[in-house]
Each structure stands twice: as C-alpha cells, then as structure tokens.
Design a protein around this ligand. Structure first.
Ligand SMILES: Nc1ncnc2c1ncn2[C@@H]1O[C@H](COP(=O)(O)OP(=O)(O)OP(=O)(O)O)[C@@H](O)[C@H]1O
Ligand SMILES: [Mg+2]
Length: 469
C-alpha cells in the first residue's frame, strides 16, 4: 500500500462515510470528501516531501523557466531531468514507485502547468474552477459545486500560478492592479483578485468553455428548451427580431446567445462585441471585437459602448453583444431602432420583467436627460423578445420564459409570455426538476411581421403542452 493510500485509509477510519450517502460534503466526483482524493494529490507527510522537492527543483531550474528561447518541449525535458536529480535516492525519504510517480506528475504540473488546478483544466466535465485562497479549491460539475482536496503549497505558489496564467496573455496582477480579467488560449475566462482586496488570500475563478460549443441538440438533451421552442427561436432569429437573453450569473446566457447566433443566415455580416471574446460562431462573415480595460495610468479604455458605435460604421447586418451592462444599452436600443434589427444581446436580470427595468436604469446611466416615457417607448419599439434563463437547484440550466415585448399600454411596457417553464412536474428522487417549457397558448403579435418575410410559424407550436392544461 502506498503512503497516500495509507493516509486515505486513516482518513476514512477517522471519518466513516455517511451510510445513507446523503448530506456531508461531497468531492468533485460526488463522493464523500472522506473518500480518496480523486486527483490523488499528495497530502500529509507526502505533501511535505512535495514542498521540499518543489523548492529544490525551482532552485535547480530557476531562471530557465523564464527563458523565452526554450520551447515548451525543451523546458519540459529540462524540468523532468532536474526532477530525477532532486528525487535521487538519499535526497528524499524512501518512496514507493506509486508515490514517486505521483509526486513527479504533481510537480511537473506545478512547474510546467497550473499546479493543483491542472487536472481540472484537463477534465472536460469540470465547467468552473474556483480557488478560494491557497488551501481551498472548488469545482463545478453538472451545474453543482464540489470541494476538491487539491491545494496550493502556500500563497506564493498560488500567486506564481496566477502570474503564469495572466502573464501568458500579456496581463499582470500586482499591488497597483490587484484585479485582472484574462482569457486562456483555449477560450476559458479567468478572473483573479489578490490581497489586500481579497482578505483571506488570492482568489482565482476560471470559467471553462468546451472547445466545441454547445449546440441546439445539446440544449434540447439537457432540457434547457424543447425542440419546438428551439424551432420557434430559430424562426425569430431568421425573422430579424431583436432578442435579449436574460438571467442570473452563470445561468447559461452566453451559451444560449451562441446557439441563437448560429441561426443567423450564413450570408449575413455579423459583428460581435464582447468584454472577453467567448462567442464561437461558425458563419464565415463574422467580425469579432473585444473591449479593453484601462492601462495602469488609467488610459486607453475601450468600452462596449464605443465598440457598439464603431460596429454601426462597419456595415453590419447584425450586431451581437455579449453583455449589456451600462450606458451601452442606449446605443444598442438606438441601433435596434435605426435599421440594425436582428440584434441579439444578454443582460443580467432575475426575471423577464426585471430585464426591462434594468435596461431602463442602464439607459438613465448614459447621462442623457430623457423622460421615462421616452425611454420606455424606445425599449418597447426596439425589443421584440426576451429569453429568460435560470440555473435550477439541481444544477441544470433552463429557459424559464420566452416573453414577447408587445408595445406600450399607457405608461407601461406590455409583455406577454409565450412559453413558460411549468414547475408542476415536480422533482424526481435525485432532486432533478421534471417540468418543461410549455406554450401559454398565446400567439405572438409579430407573426404577421415574420410571415411578411416568408417565415411561417407552425400554429401547433402554440397549442401543444399548453401551460395550465
Ligand atoms: N443549457 C446549459 N446546460 C448545461 N450547462 C450549460 C448550459 N448553458 C451553459 N452551460 C454551462 O454553464 C456555464 C456558464 O455558462 P455561460 O457562460 O453561458 O453563462 P452566463 O450566464 O453567460 O454567465 P455569466 O453571467 O458569468 O456571463 C458554462 O460552463 C457552460 O458550459
Ligand atoms: Mg456570459
């Protein structure tokens, strides 16, 4: 039995697993944390050896790690060679072959990759990695959070890893700029914030995106929407309706935006505007723009709003905006109202009703002294549809409302729900929601507008599985 196995067995004896398999904290594979660490990262005495070897190796390879002339393959070979030397018999306590192999793997991950989070970056099932200081790492799998046993050796180790991540994309994090957003070469989104802003140690959040973006079929399989609603939304996109995708943080807005954008006909010129280029569109004629934060002297910022304005001068057929969060809303509404219909964007909001008041507030932030009725009129004439999404307790992401923005009734914007998630299906034994997205029986008032473009909506869309039946 290897040292790590013996440690795991001791841990198991100390905390017997929950017999019912419920309650208790689970690890990333859904097992009790008292079970063996899925990553097999060393702990206890082995961790001490690891720290020592890590330190000795850094001494041995030192500056070569930063030598830009060395290719990744050369560097890897160099590190593995030195590792053999540092792990030579006599220089560390005797190790079993299994412990030794594991130690080599972990240290290579630390030095060449991103340390204890490396296995999760490689694990396609993990969608988010959250490092809460050096001693605590959580991952998201299937929409739920799980703590994992991996840990950084100390705050310096975590900081070095953060530096490595953000340094590779030309950003940095230090006293002067203690918060940073970056994107990994594979498209994953990274946020890091360090002390003193982060009170208990550096915090790192990585949102992973699958190399192959989720498609309509995936979303239908996951129960995010039904095939009928997908067909309806595809017709709305082809019919150049202006659509807002709304929802809370991590509700899957960007993913849905990507799927909706895939319905844009291939012969149209699409300009995408984002804070971090996350959208992955397959059309040929796509122009991607990304905003830029200010530099250390506070200069050079390019906001979403500036890019939206610039996009209007690029002869776009469509403008797709990753997220509207400030006065850019006014520019977007104006674009929608001045012939750039068929635009799609996302907004953070808790409900479809909330979306409209959020947009109202954002327009007010532009500093233009517009009367509230004028703002509402702009909103109601610009927007056609709100697609609202939520992350459920069971971790699934579902569209809960497809709501038409129908016009003004007096001073109020009138809306009507076309499809609503019917919660009456309840939950199965594992707590998974059984309901689905149903038609309310109401037909959209924009049907004639779509018909004029030769897009007929199948009347049965609004009959089957009616909400309330
Ligand atoms: N319909 C879905 N079903 C299952 N997982 C999904 C779905 N949509 C998105 N995800 C996963 O959920 C995570 C968050 O998705 P996404 O980035 O689209 O959310 P978001 O609402 O745009 O988040 P944010 O508010 O941070 O911008 C991603 O890892 C993504 O792969
Ligand atoms: Mg997003």
């Amino acid at each position: 039995m290897s040292l790590a196995d013996r440690l795991a067995a001791a841990r198991l004896a100390q905390y017997p697993p929950d017999a019912a398999g419920t309650g208790g904290v689970r690890d990333s594979a859904g097992r009790d944390v008292t079970g063996r660490d899925v990553t097999g990262r060393s702990s206890g005495p082995l961790a001490e050896v690891r720290r020592q070897v890590h330190h000795d190796l850094l001494e041995a390879v030192g500056p070569e790690l930063y030598d830009a002339r060395l290719s990744q393959a050369d560097l890897e070979q160099r590190v593995r060679q030195s590792l053999q030397g540092v792990l030579a018999p006599g220089s560390v306590p005797p190790l079993t072959a299994a412990d030794r192999a594991r130690l080599e793997e972990e240290i290579a991950d630390d030095i060449l990759g991103y340390g204890p989070i490396e296995p999760y970056l490689r694990d396609a099932e993990v969608t988010e990695i959250m490092v809460n200081g050096p001693g605590r790492i959580f991952v998201e799998r299937g929409g739920l959070l799980y703590p994992v046993d991996g840990r950084f050796a100390d705050e310096q180790h975590l900081r070095r890893t953060i530096d490595k991540i953000v340094g590779r994309v030309g950003r940095r994090v230090d006293e002067a700029s203690p918060m940073v957003d970056a994107r990994l070469p594979d498209g994953s989104r990274v946020n890091a914030i360090i002390p003193p802003l982060a009170v208990d140690g550096s915090l790192l959040t990585i949102r992973k995106f699958s190399a192959v973006p989720l498609t309509t079929d995936d979303l239908v399989t996951f129960g995010t929407l039904t095939r009928q609603v997908a067909d309806f939304l595809a017709a709305c996109v082809r019919g150049r309706l202006n659509i807002l995708v709304s929802g809370g943080t991590g509700a899957g807005k960007t993913t849905t935006l990507n799927v909706l954008s895939s319905y844009i006909p291939a012969n149209e010129r699409v300009v995408t505007v984002e804070d971090a280029a996350e959208l992955q569109l397959y059309q040929e004629h796509v122009l991607r723009l990304e905003s830029r934060p200010p530099n250390i002297e506070g200069r050079g910022e390019v906001r979403i709003r500036d890019l939206v304005r610039n996009a209007l001068r690029m002869r776009p057929d469509r403008i797709v905006v990753g997220e509207i969060r400030d006065a850019a809303a006014l520019d977007m509404l104006q674009a929608m109202n001045t012939g750039h219909d068929g635009s799609i964007c996302t907004v953070h909001a808790n409900s479809p009703r909330d979306v409209l008041s959020r947009v109202e507030t954002m327009v007010m932030m532009s500093g233009m002294d517009l009367p509230i009725t004028a703002i509402r009129e702009q909103i109601s004439s610009a927007l056609d549809l709100v697609v609202h999404q939520a992350r459920f307790q069971d971790g699934s992401r579902r569209i809960t409302h497809v709501t038409e923005v129908a016009g003004m009734e007096g001073q109020v914007i009138s809306t009507q729900d076309l499809f609503v998630f019917d919660h009456r299906g309840g939950f199965d034994a594992h707590g998974r929601a059984l309901g689905s997205l149903c038609s309310t029986g109401l037909r959209p008032t924009f049907s004639p507008q779509l018909a004029a473009l030769g897009i007929a909506l199948d009347p049965s869309l609004f009959g089957f599985g009616r909400y309330g039946d």
